[in-house]
Design a protein around this ligand. Structure first.
Ligand SMILES: *[C@@H]1O[C@H](CO)[C@@H](O)[C@H](O)[C@H]1NC(C)=O
Ligand SMILES: *[C@@H]1O[C@H](CO)[C@@H](O)[C@H](O)[C@H]1NC(C)=O
Ligand SMILES: *[C@@H]1O[C@H](CO)[C@@H](O)[C@H](O)[C@H]1NC(C)=O
Ligand SMILES: *[C@@H]1O[C@H](CO)[C@@H](O)[C@H](O)[C@H]1NC(C)=O
Ligand SMILES: *[C@@H]1O[C@H](CO)[C@@H](O)[C@H](O)[C@H]1NC(C)=O
Ligand SMILES: *[C@@H]1O[C@H](CO)[C@@H](O)[C@H](O)[C@H]1NC(C)=O
Length: 623
């Protein structure tokens, strides 16, 4: 009896010691974004070391039933004594402080759970193995949403952003529905990406995005993920993709492009630099590379049809007269776009390139491009532009980038009778002496003093005539840039902050007012609106002003949503460049192709521009 009582006492003591002194990794991680132990010290945490870095290591304990709860944990320490004590495969126990960490310099990042100031690091056994979670097999990714907090018609693209914050809300994780919750539920755990496919170029640090052998939505024929609307009509942010970081063993990731297939990647899930990453144990090897040949457009000029006009659109990425990429741009226009009748160009620099010397005219830049194209084709393009006021239209300082047109004088000409507008002259539709609709300035800029255009390009409008006399109006657009601000799509503010979206929305509204002024004078006017809008049409709020007056040719032509892209950024291939037509043209046949000379480049350095060019064939008369 006494023995029994003593042993019961012993068991009770052990139980109390355990409850007071031992905390599991699962307890620390919990089922919400922030740890229930945040700010507390914990004792006797046990786990197997899965990876060592110069600033700490990861430990992992046995799996738990609850898919919301991670059983991996980052131990932050750069102490050589601590790092020298543990080896991968060691089962250890340790004490430390639970922290939710993000750099003070990046308040819009998510927090990462970590154990800091480790003490009592004790190796209990060695050579243990941890079975990685095989993604797509053991755990399935959500494919539609990143966060339950992205509430609104446009999902993660809803404006305004930052209506709530992940870390303030601290909701219980829903890992089968939301991407951030999914990755958070695996934080610190060892995972394997089976049969990875790279879906972009590597960044400056050699990091790159992949999807694995699992179900994806928005997958395109090249292997990437396209920004599309999901089945419920909400834009899909591609939660099934993940960044691969710098390998832990000092090996170097290979060069990436869209569509390379790779050997399986095993590593630890870690939020860093604004995204969920997998830090691989070692660099993957390349198994296959995608076909290098980019098909040229099939949409060539139709010589006997007075109504069909071919259009090209190309953001030529800060091109001055001496740019080393000018000859390649010329090759793209001559060989891949097949010299469209009218080229809409953006980012043409002035004659002194990016030197800031008061030069504003870009006629040397355009002449050189025209000459380079003529040397490779049967077309000698003429050009037209309006030089901006020095330093007023944004872009690289001194470059004075502007939209401009190249046109084939054998196919179309500017409607005569109006002079070229100055940079501050507002273009307006007017009836000419012949009673037909034309412009007061040809070309002219839309409402150039409107605040919507501050430090941004003013759209360039022109009136054209075909050889058979059909008339059409064009608007060449380069809206305010998306770069240099906002918050990560995997960041704390929800929906994410979209930099300068208010300005781009206002710019679309000013363009829409101009289109309406034309349609008011002639409801059957041919108006073609083309360029780099620096925004996706999935941000529907930004394009609302176009409803009923401008229709995107991709939709009219029935292009598959997955193949609508001209840009690769982060985990998505997406479309910033758009071609819209007025109602009468939407009733006629339209054709369009995006020519992937840049998004399909074999490496980041092999790109000529960050944008792909596009070609459309539209009808400006007939049925
Ligand atoms: C986050 O949620 C967990 C689980 O509900 C809770 O224990 C913890 O205190 C919360 N933290 C914060 C900062 O709200
Ligand atoms: C760790 O927990 C075990 C029981 O699980 C206990 O025997 C031991 O004393 C604890 N160590 C520390 C340092 O708290
Ligand atoms: C470290 O372990 C010793 C016993 O081995 C214990 O007395 C002490 O409280 C532990 N310290 C921490 C911070 O856990
Ligand atoms: C997001 O909103 C919160 C709450 O209003 C605010 O504290 C925070 O500064 C905002 N973040 C950004 C980046 O604007
Ligand atoms: C550029 O414009 C200037 C001023 O109108 C003119 O003198 C010059 O000949 C033009 N150069 C080219 C290459 O068109
Ligand atoms: C080129 O276009 C300009 C208007 O921008 C026009 O004055 C000139 O005559 C055109 N040249 C040719 C060869 O068509």
């Amino acid at each position: 009896m006494l023995t029994y009582a003593l042993s019961l006492l012993f068991i009770l003591q052990c139980a109390s010691v355990r409850s007071v002194y031992s905390t599991s990794i699962a307890d620390i991680q919990g089922s919400a974004f922030r740890s229930p132990y945040e700010g507390q010290s914990v004792q006797n945490v046990t786990g197997v070391v899965t990876m060592k870095l110069s600033t700490g290591f990861y430990i992992q304990s046995d799996p738990v039933q609850d898919a919301r709860v991670s059983t991996g944990l980052y131990v932050y320490s750069s102490s050589s004594k601590v790092l020298g004590t543990v080896q991968v495969g060691d089962m250890i126990s340790l004490s430390g402080n639970v922290q939710e960490y993000r750099s003070k310099s990046y308040p819009t990042y998510l927090l990462g759970t970590q154990l800091s100031s480790p003490t009592n690091v004790t190796v209990l056994s060695s050579s243990n193995t941890v079975r990685p979670v095989v993604l797509g097999v053991d755990r399935s990714h959500p494919t539609q949403y990143l966060s339950a907090l992205d509430i609104g018609h446009d999902g993660f693209l809803t404006v305004p952003g930052n209506q709530s914050q992940v870390e303030v809300k601290n909701a219980t994780s829903q890992p089968t529905k939301f991407g951030l919750d999914f990755w958070s539920s695996l934080e610190g755990q060892l995972v394997t990406v089976p049969k990875p496919v790279s879906i972009g170029f590597e960044n400056a640090y050699g990091e790159f995005w992949v999807r694995g052998h699992w179900k994806v939505t928005g997958g395109n024929a090249r292997g990437g993920l396209t920004l599309v609307f999901g089945p419920d009509g909400i834009p899909d942010p591609g939660p099934e993709a993940v960044l691969i970081g710098t390998p832990a063993d000092g090996t170097k990731n290979p060069t990436m492009c869209v569509g390379k297939t790779l050997s399986d990647i095993t590593g630890v899930v870690q939020y860093q630099f604004g995204f969920y990453y997998i830090i691989p144990l070692t660099a993957p090897t390349i198994l296959t590379v995608p076909e290098a040949t980019v098909p040229s457009t099939k949409l060539t000029s139709i010589s006997n049809n007075g109504c069909a006009v071919t259009l090209g659109d190309y953001n030529v990425d800060n091109m001055g007269p001496d740019s080393s990429h000018l000859p390649t741009i010329a090759t793209h226009i001559a060989s891949y776009l097949k010299t469209p009748d009218l080229m809409f160009l953006q980012e043409i620099q002035d004659n002194s390139g990016k030197t800031s010397d008061g030069t504003v005219s870009g006629n040397v830049t355009l002449s050189k491009l025209s000459a380079a194209i003529a040397s490779q084709s049967s077309v000698t393009y003429n050009f037209t532009e309006i030089a901006p006021v020095d330093g007023q239209d944004g872009g690289i300082p001194g470059g004075n980038i502007r939209p401009a047109y190249l046109f084939n004088p054998k196919r179309i000409s500017l409607v005569s009778g109006s002079s070229t507008g100055g940079p501050l002259d507002a273009v307006k539709p007017v009836f000419g002496h012949d009673g037909r609709l034309t412009l007061n300035f040809n070309p002219g800029r839309i409402d150039p003093t409107n605040a919507a255009w501050d430090t941004s390009r003013k759209p360039l409008v022109a009136a054209w005539q075909t050889a058979s006399g059909a008339r059409f109006f064009t608007i060449n657009v380069h809206d305010a840039s998306k770069s240099g601000g906002g918050s990560s799509v995997q960041g704390d503010p929800r929906p994410p902050l979209n930099i300068d979206i208010e300005q781009r929305t206002a710019q679309v509204q000013v363009i829409a007012s101009f289109i309406k002024s034309v349609l008011k004078m002639d409801p059957l006017a041919n108006v073609i609106i083309v360029g780099d809008f620096n925004e996706f049409v999935q941000t529907r709020s930004a394009f609302a002003a176009f409803n009923g007056i401008a229709f995107e040719v991709d939709d009219l032509a029935g292009l598959a949503p997955e193949e609508k892209y001209t840009y690769v950024y982060g985990n998505l291939m997406e479309q910033l460049d758009h071609i819209f037509v007025s109602p009468v043209m939407a009733l006629r046949k339209v054709e369009v192709e995006h020519v992937h000379v840049n998004t399909w480049a074999p490496s980041y350095d092999a790109k000529t521009s960050d944008h792909d060019p596009s070609v459309a064939r539209v009808r400006v008369c007939g049925l």
